[in-house]
Design a protein around this ligand. Structure first.
Ligand code: NAI
Length: 473
């Protein structure tokens, strides 16, 4: 076992988006960086989250396109799905990106250690497991970026085949013919949508009164209606109490409090993600961890120990999104460099959910704006009147924009842009800019959208908000 102490400007624990972004950005600024990763750099996002999930959703998109190709006069016979090919394609995509991240780290001279790291009371980092076990790292600054793991619920022990979380789901080579998805959040809706498009019968069991609770209610309503139209059953305010597998363990009956059982081939548990902080911090580091295990930071990502920062999914009270972790990484490095960064404005970060229909938003929902005491002006435009949406045959959706109401009743500063519909995850950029630039409705409405394009629905909504729409009242 090695026993040397190696010193760096920054020692990072975890090589996911939060950790590797801190490393890359810090190395670009000339800092010496050590990164400890127990598995593969890229983290959950690249290996067990965003990227593989979107790859499967793209598979679903291809199948859906073929299923509707006869609407365009393109007839395709005998569509079959070999999901093992989708799985291989996904692995290839992930592998290329993994090599890309590894290459970037190497190119910027980040020293990557392999193993599990613990922060000791004196602030040094000890690698306690893995190929580099025994190494001790001393950093002028330490960044905790150990990420999160799927949360599970009592009565649904993960078996890897009958009961799965996103971790196991993303490694499947065949899809179930029927599935219960427990939890109608971002992961639940993406998986339910993908399974339904691939031909599975899906039931979502959501504990709260609606799915996608963080979204604007009208946007969530669009998804709910589109899902129902595609045969996805949605049971809200549903409390699952357990399940009873058949003898062969190939099917199970999911029990719902006060309701009928749902018999399926697979149960996907998507009820949130828990912080991965076990073993991360020895006694006496001074880092505050809340009752749910998340690390508490100030707005500049500093923990209660001034030399230790945290970024990404382990941070308390912040969205668990890769791009938020990227932004936090930049804040950390700028803080270390004394460049007085602006904190991440969590109210205005972009959200993108890749279900069919897609959802994308930033800023306050109508309800949140009202709760905060704003008088609001709200305009919305459905995609049904958009020529490009008609051309591509994908018209389910809406753009809804919320602005602060001025004393004269007109719309002032934009507070939130909320979208559901075709390719909205790619369209949100303009809305994100407008909200974060603190543009008014008139300012944003001056921008011209190309015709025919899906983005015209955003432009039309802005025009209406500014007082006079062309096609929207
Ligand atoms: P989530 O917190 O978004 O949704 C979990 C849902 O499960 C909630 O609606 C909750 O009410 C429900 N739930 C909790 N316990 C339940 C129970 N016992 N029975 C029935 N329903 C129950 O968590 P999710 O979807 O697992 O995602 C985890 C994190 O990853 C989230 O922070 C999410 O934002 C992020 N993520 C974001 C994506 C995106 O933006 N495209 C994609 C995937 C994940």
């Amino acid at each position: 076992m090695a026993s040397e102490v190696q010193s760096f400007d920054v020692v990072i624990i975890g090589g996911g988006p939060g950790g590797y972004a801190t490393a890359l950005y810090g190395a670009s600024a000339g800092l010496s960086i050590a990164l400890v990763e127990k598995d593969k750099v890229g983290g959950t996002c690249l290996h067990r989250g965003c990227v593989p999930a979107k790859e499967f959703l793209e598979t679903a998109h291809v199948r859906r396109t073929i299923a509707h190709s006869s609407d365009f006069g393109v007839n395709v016979a005998d569509v079959t799905v070999d999901f093992s090919v989708s799985q291989s394609r996904k692995n290839e995509v992930v592998d290329v990106l993994f090599k890309g991240v590894s290459g970037l780290l190497k190119g910027r001279k980040v020293t990557v250690f392999s193993g599990l790291a613990t922060v000791l009371a004196d602030g040094t980092v000890s690698v306690v497991d893995g190929a580099d076990a025994g190494v001790t790292l001393a950093g002028a600054h330490v960044v905790l970026a150990s990420g999160s793991i799927p949360r599970t619920i009592p009565g649904f022990d993960v078996t890897g085949s009958l009961i799965v979380t996103s971790d196991e789901f993303l490694d499947l080579t065949t899809l179930p013919s029927s599935a219960v998805v427990i939890g109608g959040g971002a992961i639940g809706c993406e998986f339910a949508s993908m399974l339904a498009d691939m031909g599975s019968h899906v039931t979502i069991l959501e504990g709260l009164p609606s799915i996608l609770t963080g979204c604007d209610t009208e946007v969530a309503g669009v998804v709910q209606r589109a899902f129902k139209k595609r045969g996805i059953e949605i049971r809200t305010s549903a409390q699952v109490t357990g399940h009873t597998p058949n003898e062969a363990g190939t099917r199970t009956a999911v029990h719902v409090d006060g309701g009928d059982d749902v018999e399926v081939d697979m149960v996907v548990v998507s009820v949130g993600r828990a912080p991965r902080t076990e073993g991360l911090l020895a006694e006496g580091t001074g880092v505050e961890v809340n009752e749910r295990g998340f690390v508490v930071t100030d707005s500049l990502m500093r923990t209660a120990n001034p030399k230790i920062f945290a970024v990404g999914d382990i941070v308390a009270g912040t969205p668990q999104l890769a791009h938020v972790a990227f932004a936090e990484a930049i804040v950390v490095i700028k803080s270390i460099l004394g460049e007085s960064p602006l904190p991440v404005d969590y109210d205005r970060v972009p959200w993108a959910i890749y279900s069919n229909p897609e959802v994308a938003f930033c800023g306050l929902t109508e309800a949140a704006a009202k709760e905060r005491g704003y008088d609001v002006v709200v305009k919305k435009d459905p995609f049904g009147g958009n020529s490009r949406a008609r051309i591509i045959g994908d018209t389910d959706g809406v753009v809804k924009i919320i602005a602060e109401k001025r004393p004269d009743g007109t719309a002032g500063q934009l507070l939130g842009v909320h979208m559901a519909g075709p390719w909205v995850t790619e369209q949100l950029g303009a809305g994100y800019f407008a909200v974060n630039w603190e543009a008014t409705a008139e300012e944003a409405a001056l921008l011209i959208q190309p015709h025919p394009s899906l983005s015209e629905t955003f432009g039309e909504t802005l025009l209406a908000l500014a007082g006079r729409g062309l096609h929207v009242g």
